[in-house]
Design a protein around this ligand. Structure first.
Ligand code: GDG
Length: 527
C-alpha cells in the first residue's frame, strides 16, 4: 500500500527493499568498484581487552556514501584517522587481511596509514581549514588566509604526500583485481589523486564527486596559482567531475578557464577538453538513503532518545542539527531566535529551541573559537530570559543545546519539530534538511538558507532565508511556527515526496549511468 507521502508501508517501517536499476548492476558486474574518501564509514576503538569496537563516522559524506557500500560491493579506501583505526590497520597487515569487514556492516575497507605529521599538514592545514574555508567563502580576507612557509610545507609534505598514498593504495587494489577498476573519489581531501592515478594507469575509469560548493574563480585567486592549477589539472584527469548543483559545476568550469592555458570548455555541454582528454562536468544532487535513515530512526536506540527528547518539546518546538561548524551559521540562528522572541513576547515560555551540535575538527583553531562563540551567544540569551517564564512549574529555558556525537538522537529529534532551521552561509547540499523532511511527524516547516545546495530542490516548499539576514530569519521562524496547519501539511507532503523521489540511489545511479555512457565506460561494457 502506498501512503500519500509516496512511501509504501514496508518502506515507512524501514523494511523496504530498494536496489539499483539493472543497468547499473550490469555495469558493476564488469568492474572492480573502488571508492575513496578521507573519512571511513566507521571509526575503530582499540579496547583495553584487545578487541575492537566500531562507531559510525561523522558528517554528511559518510551518511551519503555509506550507501555506495550498501548497494554495491565497493572496496572503500579511507584514512586511518584514529589510534584505533591505525591499530586495526596494523592488525590487518599482520593477519594478511585483504580487506577489513567491520562487524554488522556491509563495508569492505582498506586504510591509508600516513605519517602523523604528513596527515596533520594534509588535514589540519590544507584540507580544513584552507580548502574548506576557501570553498565556503569563510575568510575575513584582510586577515586570512596567510599562505606562509608552514602552509607551503603542509602542501608539499602533507597534502601532496597523503594524496600520493591514496593513489598508491587505490592502485594496489586495482592491480590485484581481475576486473577493470572504476574509481569513485570523494571530495576536496583527494583533489590530487586523479592526476596521480591517470599518470599511472591511463585506462582507468575515474570519477570524483565534490560534496562542497565550488566558489568563483576570483575567490580561488586567494590561494597561489600553483595550488589552483594543480587542483584544476588533476580534477580534469577524471572522466567525470560531479558537483551538487549546476551553479557549482559552472563555477568549476570558469575556474578551469581562468587557470589553465589551452583548455576548451563547452559550458552548455559540460565537456571540458584539456591536453587531449575530455572530462564531463555534471551535477548530481546528493541525497539520503531512505531505508537506512528510516531504520536508524526506528531503532531501539532512537526510540529511547525519543522518549528523552519528548521531555523538551513545548507548544512550539524549533530544532537544528549540525556539526559545530562556522559555515553552518549557528550563531546567527540563535541571534534570529532572540529577535523573534523580542518581536513576539507572547511566545516566551511557549517555544523551545533544541540544537543538536556535533563537535567537529577541534584540532583547527577556528572551530574551537566558533564553539566558544556558540556558547557565548547561548549563555547570553539564556541569561536574558532567566526567570521570566515557567513551563509546567519549571523555569523556562529558551534554548537547549545537546552537544555530542549521537546520530540516532539527532534523527529522533527530527521527528518532532514544528520548524527546522537550516541556515548555512554556504553548504554543498545539507542532508539534515532532507532527513528532516523524511522523518518529521508534525508537518513541520523547513526554514532553509538560499546558500544550501538543498535550496535548489526544496526551496519551493521551504521558507527561504538569506543566511546573513538575522531580521529576515527571525520573521521566517515566526511564520514557520505559526503557519496554519493545512499549509504546513501541504509543504511537508511535497518535501517528503521530493526527498523520496530523488534519494541516494538516484545519486549513485545517475553517476553510474553517465560513467557507462562515457567513452571508457562504453568500451568497458563491450570489452
Ligand atoms: C558535507 C557537506 C553535504 C547529525 N548528528 C549526528 C550526525 N548527524 C548527521 C546528519 C547528517 C550528517 O550528519 C550531516 O550532513 P550534512 O549534509 O548536513 O553536512 P556536512 O557534514 O557538512 O556534509 C554537505 C554532505 O557532505 C553530503 O554531500 O550535504 O553540504 O558539507 O546526515 O543527520 N552524525 C553522527 N553523529 C551525530 O551526532 N555521526
Amino acid at each position: 500500500m502506498e501512503h500519500d507521502d509516496g512511501l509504501r508501508t514496508d518502506e515507512r517501517a524501514g523494511t523496504g527493499e530498494r536496489a539499483l536499476p539493472a543497468a547499473a548492476r550490469e555495469l558493476l558486474s564488469h568492474v572492480r568498484l573502488i571508492t575513496a574518501s578521507n573519512r571511513g564509514p566507521v571509526e575503530f576503538t582499540h579496547e583495553p581487552d584487545g578487541t575492537f569496537t566500531t562507531r559510525r563516522g561523522t558528517g554528511g559524506v559518510v551518511t551519503a556514501i555509506s550507501a555506495i557500500g550498501r548497494y554495491t560491493d565497493a572496496i572503500w579506501i579511507a584514512s586511518a584517522m584514529t589510534e584505533g583505526d591505525r591499530a586495526r590497520a596494523l592488525l590487518a597487515d599482520d593477519l594478511g587481511e585483504e580487506v577489513i569487514a567491520p562487524p554488522d556492516t556491509d563495508f569492505r575497507l582498506r586504510f591509508v596509514v600516513s605519517d602523523p605529521d604528513a596527515y596533520d599538514g594534509y588535514y589540519n592545514r590544507i584540507a580544513n581549514p584552507l580548502l574548506w574555508f576557501l570553498q565556503h567563502y569563510l575568510w575575513d580576507t584582510p586577515r586570512a588566509p596567510d599562505i606562509d612557509f608552514g602552509t607551503w610545507a603542509a602542501w608539499y609534505d602533507g597534502y601532496v604526500v597523503v594524496n600520493e598514498e591514496f593513489a598508491d593504495e587505490i592502485l594496489r587494489v586495482a592491480d590485484a583485481s581481475a576486473h577493470p577498476p572504476l574509481v569513485m573519489l570523494q571530495d576536496y581531501h583527494l583533489y590530487l589523486v586523479p592526476g596521480q592515478l591517470r599518470a599511472a594507469r591511463p585506462d582507468m575509469i575515474l570519477q570524483q564527486f565534490v560534496h562542497i560548493p565550488w566558489p568563483d574563480p576570483d575567490y580561488w585567486r586567494l590561494i597561489p596559482g600553483e595550488m589552483r592549477r594543480a587542483i584544476c589539472e588533476s580534477l580534469l584527469a577524471n572522466d567525470i567531475v560531479g558537483f551538487q548543483t549546476p551553479g557549482h559545476a559552472r563555477s568549476f568550469m570558469y575556474t578551469c578557464e581562468a587557470n589553465l592555458d589551452g583548455v576548451d570548455i563547452g559550458y552548455r555541454s559540460g565537456m571540458v577538453t584539456y591536453r587531449g582528454r575530455t572530462t564531463w562536468v555534471r551535477d548530481y544532487p546528493i541525497s539520503i538513503d531512505i531505508d537506512a535513515v528510516l531504520k536508524v530512526a526506528d531503532s531501539e536506540d532512537a526510540r529511547r532518545h525519543e522518549e528523552h527528547v519528548k521531555g523538551f518539546l513545548n507548544d512550539y518546538t524549533l530544532v537544528r542539527v549540525d556539526r559545530a561548524e562556522p559555515s553552518k551559521n549557528i550563531v546567527r540562528g540563535f541571534l534570529a531566535y532572540d529577535r523573534m522572541l523580542e518581536e513576539h513576547p507572547e511566545l516566551i515560555g511557549h517555544v523551545n529551541f533544541l540544537a543538536f551540535l556535533v563537535p567537529s575538527r577541534l584540532e583547527v583553531a577556528e572551530y574551537v573559537d566558533y564553539l566558544d562563540d556558540i556558547n557565548t551567544v547561548v549563555g547570553r540569551i539564556s541569561t536574558k530570559y532567566a526567570n521570566v517564564a515557567e513551563t509546567d512549574g519549571v523555569a523556562w529555558q529558551p534554548i537547549h543545546v545537546f552537544i555530542g556525537d549521537d546520530y540516532p538522537r539527532a534523527l529522533s529529534a527530527m521527528k518532532h519539530y514544528d520548524a527546522l532551521l537550516v541556515n548555512p552561509i554556504f553548504d554543498g547540499m545539507n542532508l539534515v534538511a532532507k532527513e528532516g523532511a523524511l522523518l518529521n511527524e508534525r508537518d513541520g516547516v523547513l526554514v532553509l538558507s538560499e546558500g544550501a545546495g538543498a535550496f535548489q530542490q526544496l526551496g519551493a516548499h521551504a521558507l527561504s532565508v538569506a543566511p546573513t539576514d538575522i531580521e529576515g530569519t527571525a520573521r521566517a521562524l515566526y511564520t514557520a511556527l505559526t503557519m496554519p496547519h493545512e499549509q504546513r501539511a501541504e509543504h511537508a507532503r511535497a518535501l517528503r515526496r521530493l526527498v523520496i523521489e530523488q534519494d541516494i540511489l538516484t545519486w549513485i545511479y545517475r553517476q553510474l549511468e553517465d560513467l557507462t555512457t562515457t567513452a571508457s565506460g562504453r568500451s568497458l561494457i563491450r570489452g
